[in-house]
Ligand binder design. Structure first.
Ligand code: PLP
Length: 422
């Protein structure tokens, strides 16, 4: 069972409780006021706040280490290179990748999927072939595959979901056909919170020699991931959703596959030698990192992982499960509120609609109360189409959220109900 799945199993009793108040103190932005009230930040699935550890690491990098990496023979460049590679090594450990060489720095989960589709996808997918995604993918795990299928004359197929927002895996054996070349599935849905049984999907696909790409953007913020236990071929994450900086993310890929793949982009840093006749590419992971990389991003992501690694994740799991249960029950008392996404296994995400109030109106009234939630389709339009709604309001929580935050959300929703009576 993978870490995230394990995490949301009901926990009977546990010795330690997670001290969310103490964790909050590590995140300077959480002490801000908004609209004259203390900020309640419930948009963690869009981006998370950053601990001082990350902010300081980036600050320190520019004050003491800044130089271009992998090129200089002078000490400062060597130190910058070490800091950059430290970020890679830390991330490799967080994902339990066998080697840092299998960790490719990218801009985020979106670029990670695009990289795989444009290289591995082009190698594997031809006319009449199929790429299998799920009904609850973020657009970033649909559109790159759709572009590939259009280019190659291939077909995009979809694992369906049920009314609770769970994948219907009974259909999987039929959907994995002799033409399926790649399966690409989200680990945790950003709009529903569903934790998908990706291990099972990977096992089924591998039984037919089909490689699997996992979009882990919403899983990694809720605990360390074990790509070896999952046995996924590729795993994509975004640094900014896991308490690190924006503009940095990671693609894990199995070495044998990455070795066989052509480069994604050409330029400096990704070569061994260049003549006008022929270019020889650099070894992994540099082959996929053309140009000056996001050095500060790698350092910041390393610091984020360094911070995350010292948390007691079992205690965090109990805390997040408590937040989800508490919030689910509390919002259910609001007249006319419908939760969208009621899977048995969820991260602390509550997506909902409210009769008589458009989600954008809900968001605007909550903002007046100092409560930040996301409203819209959350880059999952097919999910909205499935439920026959244009949008939801979504409260997405992280380990630093508390029951008090949920109480403020509920008070805000009662205010919405007053402003927009049913
Ligand atoms: N996948 C999922 C499930 C997401 O929630 C997101 C962002 O919301 C992405 C992919 C894309 O991440 P990014 O915009 O950081 O590339």
């Amino acid at each position: 069972m993978d870490t995230v799945t394990q995490r949301v199993e009901p926990v009977a009793t546990g010795p330690k409780t997670f001290d969310a108040e103490r964790a909050r103190a590590d995140f300077p932005l959480l002490s801000r006021s908004m609209r004259g009230k203390s900020l309640v930040y419930l948009d963690n699935a869009a981006t998370s706040q950053k601990p001082r550890h990350v902010i300081d690491a980036i600050h320190r990098y520019y004050e003491t280490l800044n130089a271009n990496v992998h090129r200089g023979v002078y000490q400062l460049s060597e130190e910058a290179t070490s800091a950059y590679e430290w970020g890679r090594a830390m991330t490799a450990r967080y994902l339990n990748a066998p080697s840092p060489a299998e960790i490719v720095f990218v801009r985020g989960a979106t670029e990670a999927v695009n990289l795989v589709a444009a290289t591995f996808g082009r190698q594997r997918v031809g006319p009449g072939d199929e790429v299998l995604v799920s009904a609850m993918e973020h657009h970033s795990n649909i559109v790159p595959w759709q572009m590939l299928c259009d280019e190659r004359g291939a077909k995009l197929r979809v694992i369906p979901m049920n009314e609770r927002g769970e994948l219907v895996l009974d259909r999987l054996p039929d959907l994995l056909t002799p033409r399926t070349r790649i399966v690409a599935v989200v680990h945790v849905s950003n709009s529903l919170g569903t934790v998908n049984p990706v291990r099972e999907i990977i096992r089924e696909a591998h039984a037919r020699d089909i490689p699997v790409v996992i979009d882990g953007a919403q899983a990694a913020p809720h605990g360390p991931v074990d790509v070896q236990a999952l046995d996924c071929d590729f795993y994509a994450v975004s640094g900014h959703k896991m308490f690190g900086p924006t503009g940095i993310g990671v693609l894990f890929g199995k070495r044998a596959l990455l070795d066989e793949m052509p480069p994604y982009q050409g330029g400096g840093e990704m070569i061994r030698s260049v003549t006008f006749e022929k270019t020889l590419y650099a070894p992994l992971p540099m082959k996929f990192e053309a140009g000056t990389p996001n050095i500060e991003g790698a350092v910041g992501l390393g610091a984020a992982v360094d911070y995350l690694r010292q948390l007691d994740w079992e205690a965090v799991a109990r805390h997040e499960a408590d937040l989800l249960a508490y919030a689910t029950e509390a919002v259910s008392d609001i007249p006319g509120l419908h939760i969208v996404g009621t899977a048995a296994r969820k991260t602390p995400v509550v997506s909902f609609t409210l009769e008589g109030a458009h989600p954008h109106d809900i968001g605007t009234v909550l903002d007046q109360e100092g409560v930040a939630v996301r409203t819209g389709h959350h880059c999952t339009q097919p999910v909205m189409d499935f439920f026959g709604i244009p949008a939801t309001a979504r409260a997405s929580m992280a380990f630093y959220n508390t029951r008090d935050d949920v109480d403020r959300l509920v008070a805000g929703l009662h205010r919405v109900r007053e402003v927009f009576p049913r």
